[in-house]
Write a new protein. Structure first.
Length: 385
């Protein structure tokens, strides 16, 4: 098979050793076209949407800490982060001490901390909650197609080069529905050394504008988020022309902290912060940071009260991060109101998670967010115009 007959994609497995898959768009006739514009010059850098999945349900209260609220310490006598260890963002809110690598992004005004994010009608099941977030549906609506899949259908109509990839999970997630045809058409290869992950094979100059024919995927084994990031940079960013757009999902697993949370959670948050700092540094060096939007998501938060095992149960709203060169940094949403915790111990949802998606789709990607989400969802004022 000639180099030009390959579309992009590579994947990296998460620390939990689940095998990921990376997806290239199906043939143009399928209605979701991927194209690499041969010979194009003078194009602006393509936009990169990078989603970081905190798989298992991240504890937002120990990620962004309401250290000035005594109720936080009363509810979490054994797992609360001590006041003298937190990294203050303002007089009431702080980052977990393992997230020091994010402080420069905050100081530069390129990190948005969005509090109280969740599904209004939350669900305690990992499977169903993940499905809701991946499809951007209401809790009582069942869909099969991921929200990024729907976005790519609209995005590709602009005839831009698009690379879509998932690293760190075998599940299609927000690419659901986009991958079935690819996997039917494609062939799998296995590379056990992440350093051997190749660059994407771009179309040769002079061979025309549209890539069609067989779709190929590549599967790469890698143990950490950093390895996944390296593979993503090597394949989706360095392996395509600068004007190629990208939709990337990175999965960091292990956030289902029912027991022994402090040590486990600190290690995961350290990986997350260092990974985001790496992305910022490397994309800045490549001249792509201004056109990158990074967004975290997780199927739910954790309970406000700790359990007897020094952990937390599945909960409600949580805090998420949005960062990038166009981000209007700061704290958004209301601080946790412990007086509003429900009978199950969950914090109330203040911001519909789909508002994060609407922000990425509308103000950032310039797509019709309502058409993708199939509902009128307002974006958040997180980006500079």
């Amino acid at each position: 098979m000639k180099r030009r007959e390959f579309l992009t994609m590579a994947a990296a497995a998460s620390a939990s050793l689940s095998m990921p898959r990376v997806f290239a768009a199906p043939h143009a006739s399928s209605g979701i076209s991927t194209q690499l514009d041969a010979g194009a010059t003078g194009h602006a850098p393509g936009k990169l949407l990078i989603l970081i999945e905190l798989k298992g349900g991240n504890d937002g209260l120990n990620t962004v800490i309401p250290f000035a609220d005594s109720t936080y310490y009363a509810l979490r006598q054994r797992i609360a982060i001590p006041r003298d260890r937190v990294l203050p963002l303002d007089e009431r809110t702080a980052l977990h001490p393992a997230m020091r690598a994010l402080l420069p992004v905050w100081r530069d005004g390129q990190l948005a901390v969005v509090q109280g994010v969740g599904c209004v009608q939350d669900h305690a099941s990992h499977f169903r909650s993940t499905e809701i977030w991946d499809t951007a549906s209401c809790a009582d609506v069942y869909r099969r197609d991921g929200w990024v899949t729907r976005a790519i259908g609209q995005w590709s109509a602009k005839q831009q080069g698009i690379a879509a990839a998932s690293f760190g999970s075998a599940e299609p997630g927000p690419f659901a529905g986009f991958t079935a045809r690819v996997e039917a058409d494609g062939a799998w290869a296995r590379v056990d050394d992440p350093d051997a992950a190749p660059h994407v094979n771009p179309i040769d100059e002079g061979e025309g504008d549209r890539v069609s024919g067989a779709t190929r995927t590549l599967q790469v084994s890698a143990p950490t988020l950093r390895d996944s990031i390296d593979a993503a940079l090597r394949t989706v960013v360095d392996g395509t022309r600068p004007h190629t757009c990208g939709a990337i999902r990175l999965t960091l697993d292990g956030f289902d902290t029912h027991s022994n949370q402090p040590v486990r959670h600190a290690a995961l948050l350290g990986q997350l912060a260092e990974g985001c700092a790496t992305l910022r540094a490397e994309l800045t060096r490549r001249g792509r940071w201004h056109d990158t939007l990074i967004m975290t998501y997780s199927e739910f938060g954790r309970s406000a009260r700790e359990n007897i095992h020094r952990g937390t149960a599945h909960g409600g709203a949580a805090t998420h991060f949005v960062m990038g060169g166009r981000v209007r940094g700061g704290r958004y949403g209301r601080a946790p109101d412990f007086a509003q915790v429900d009978s199950a111990g969950n914090l109330p949802v203040e911001i519909d998670f789909r508002q994060l998606y609407a922000t990425a789709l509308g103000p950032f990607l310039k797509l019709d967010a309502n058409a993708v989400l199939q509902e009128d969802v307002s974006p958040l004022p997180l980006l500079h115009t």
